[in-house]
Design a protein. Sequence first.
Length: 457
Amino acid sequence: METTSFKNRNWNRLLSEIEDQKIIPIVGPELLIMELDDRQILYYDYIAQKLIEKLNIDTDDFPIQYGLSDVAVAFIKAHGDPADIYFEIREIINSRNWTIPEPLKLLSEIGHFNLFLSITFDSFMEQALNSTRFGGNKKTLSIVYSNRGKVTDLPLESTSECVVFQLFGKASSAPDYAVTEDDLLLFNHRLQSQDQQPLNLFDRLKSNYLLTMGCSFQDWLARFFFCATKGDVLFSDVGMRGVIVDKKTITDEPLNKFLKRRKTLIYPKGNAAEFVKELHHRWTERYRNIYRPSETKKNTYKDESNPFIPEAAFLSYASEDKDFAISIKAALESVGVDVWFDQQRLEAGDDFELKILKNISNCSIFFPIISKNTLKGERRFFRLEWHEAIKESRFRPIDIPFIQPLVIDNIPYDNPNIPNEFNKRHWQQFPGETIPPEFLSLTRQRIRELRRRKRNL
């Protein structure tokens, strides 16, 4: 079958996009090449073989080229308890010391990469980065997506130079990582659910190109995966763009045609480890004399003592209510809502005032905390925040109120020190300053919806 050729201009363009940090590498199981007993074997194949030996699994009905998923499914059918297979895999992993696969070491040396997406359940990519870039210190940020519980996401602000996001979980004794095709389907289903998506990560994936190496997705899974990670971009005029390198895609004609229509290059040789070796060589030849780690672009915001995260919730409060503001901030952040508020409550300075007003225009929701302390008649800075928010609210959607008052004392609606515009809105009451769970979940839902709308504009 004819495949897309990969010429020098393709390599040069890829290197330029890597330099511009427009490429996000996706690491699959075909890169996990282990040197064991004077032979090379893939990490997943080794685990599959050990499971067969340990659990006496009959392989007579297996396909000619079977993998870990086939072994796990056979065990579950024979023994009935799916949780056992995840425990056994963890036992096999812990039974020996592993060396970092060479392809991952080479990837970690490509200094323009600072975000890696892993679809495997090991921690080798994290280990490779810590070893190569940080002298063995654990400075790489590892984020593990779960198919249950709280949604984990890429932080908008991070002090870590390198991040590894494990999209299909990480090995543990619990069944919370992908082993079988059923697991992959469940993970992808959750990723397709709007309220379960790691939106920050997906924003990064949609605005960059993907370098997918060693994944060998089944046709249906590849379409699900790229649809989840690229969204509408997958079907736009631009297409998905990027490069796919694995053993399966080059032989899967329907998937091959689908990806070509999406303007995706398919590496014709199909060997992910050899591709990484060549990429590392070409990158080193081009950048070894000019690249410095400190010169790479970091996807973090300017280092400030109290930086504003775009689209965060804004807390406005009287200084006497600071303790409650801190508790609200902590509660919202516990459910994944970014929150900004000025912890010092400075009362003067043009730079400070401009910063506050800019943050109000950039926030998703404005929460004024109303208490007996805000009814006092003296000149207070929070009143400027209130009036700026009122002006901003005229440009915001009606169905999701921009101003959402939080009330902690018994305050009458018609108090003359409360703006009339606040009285038109629902007041969230906090008797005894307790924070109801429904307030947290509703706020999280509203901010996700606002961000989704903004992304689709």
